[in-house]
Design a protein around this ligand. Structure first.
Ligand code: NAD
Length: 378
């Protein structure tokens, strides 16, 4: 079975789907691995690194696509690339099936089987495949560095002969994987950190990392579903959260927002009024920009300035740390592929509790119910 990795073509993308260390693992699974020339270069891996790991390197992208039994990608292939794959080929990657379902129709037409890493269930057995968590970890870390590099002051408390330098103040909204990593990183740099989330369990996790948990009285309403994700809140509950955030935003140097509700627009937590109340030189780093943003002034991938406050909403922060982001992603993908490959042959078991739920298209059909429902509405 032929596993293929191409150079990622999306602007700003520097990750690669398989690092050389993972190539070795696939060869152990009796796969052949073919890599497009310079596919790993943005992640500091050369063609020679891949060759030494046992892969074949080629510059003929079209031939690689035509020969692929399985294409491992970071970002969804273009319609043209889907058309070049053979019928029955498998694609694994971030395919955005719930955000852009129609973009997978070319895969249906070609009879391609697609697995979307976003749909891999967050069950214990699939933890090593959890690419969302891997990328959120990188993004949470990098968000703090962006904040630290931007503000006109230092992060740690310093006692010097010239007097005391007070620590920076950081507020983190949303304590999922990205938010908790942001808290841990900001604490390591010496900031005083506050955090806010609607889930009570998140409060305990924030406190254990050394942040102060901002609690708001939501009247005992349900804020979490059975899977541990936040649910959409009423306007009244949202307004209480916004008022608390606006109050605390006045004193912070860096405000990092990571709040998401699966399948919905990101909750609006930082109003224009809250930004107007922030200090000059402070920054909002909004990690929810790709789902609408947590800040009213956020624009995806554009820096906005308001009364000396900067608002940024980078949509692909993981790509700005390409070595570690690729390493983690590559391990996630390889762990997932080990479920699809038996003795060097593709064996897709739709009854498997990780394989079945993460499949979007198979044998000319959209097999994921949520994606099918979205497509029937479009
Ligand atoms: P996410 O990206 O869906 O959301 C980020 C955070 O935003 C969440 O903590 C959520 O509670 C919070 N949020 C949503 N609406 C909010 C609002 N109005 N105000 C404030 N905060 C709001 O989160 P995630 O990183 O995907 O993690 C979600 C859950 O999944 C967590 O419980 C996490 O521990 C869990 N998880 C489990 C596994 C696993 O078991 N393998 C892996 C990763 C995450």
């Amino acid at each position: 079975m032929n596993v293929v990795v191409l150079r990622e073509t999306q602007p700003g993308e520097a990750r690669t789907a398989l690092m050389p260390e993972s190539v070795k693992k696939l060869i152990d699974l009796k796969c052949a691995v073919q890599v497009e020339h310079d596919a790993g270069l943005p992640a500091a891996r050369t063609d020679d690194d891949y060759r030494q790991a046992g892969a074949e390197v080629s510059s003929d992208r079209e031939a690689l696509l035509a020969a692929a039994d399985l294409l491992a990608v970071v970002n969804r292939p273009t319609a043209e690339d889907f058309a070049r794959l053979k019928n029955g080929a498998v694609v694994v990657g971030f395919l955005r099936p719930l955000d852009e379902p129609t973009a997978l129709l070319p895969a249906v037409d070609r009879g391609i089987t697609t697995f979307s890493v976003e749909l891999i269930p967050r069950i214990t057995r699939a933890q090593a495949m959890d690419a969302l968590s891997s990328m959120a970890t990188v993004a949470g870390y990098k968000a703090v560095l962006i904040g630290a590099a931007h503000i006109p002051r230092m992060f740690p408390l310093l006692m010097t002969a010239a007097g005391t330098v007070p620590p920076a103040r950081v507020l983190v909204l949303g304590a999922g994987v990205a938010g908790l990593q942001a808290i841990a990183t900001a604490r390591r740099l010496g900031a005083v950190v506050e955090g806010y989330d609607v889930r009570a369990a998140a409060g305990e996790q924030m406190k254990s990392l050394g942040a102060t948990f901002l609690e708001v009285d939501l009247g005992g309403i349900k804020t979490e579903d059975a899977g541990g994700y936040a649910v959409e809140l009423s306007d009244e509950a949202m307004n209480r959260g916004r008022a608390l955030i606006a109050e605390h935003a006045k004193t912070v140097d860096v405000l990092i927002t990571t709040a998401q509700v699966p399948g919905r627009r990101a909750p609006l937590l930082v109003t224009e009024e809250a930004v107007n109340g922030m200090k000059r030189g402070s920054i909002v780093v909004d990690l929810a920009g790709s789902t609408g943003g947590n800040c009213a002034l956020s624009q995806p991938d554009v820096a906005v300035e308001r009364n000396g406050v900067t608002i940024v909403a980078p949509t692909n922060l993981a790509a700005t740390v390409p070595v570690h982001a690729s390493q983690l992603y590559s391990r996630n993908v390889t762990a997932f592929l080990s479920l699809l490959v038996k003795n060097g042959e593709l064996q897709i078991d739709m009854n498997d509790d990780v394989v079945g739920p993460s499949c979007v298209t198979h044998q000319g059909q959209v097999v994921n119910q949520r994606v099918a429902a979205l497509l029937s509405k479009s």
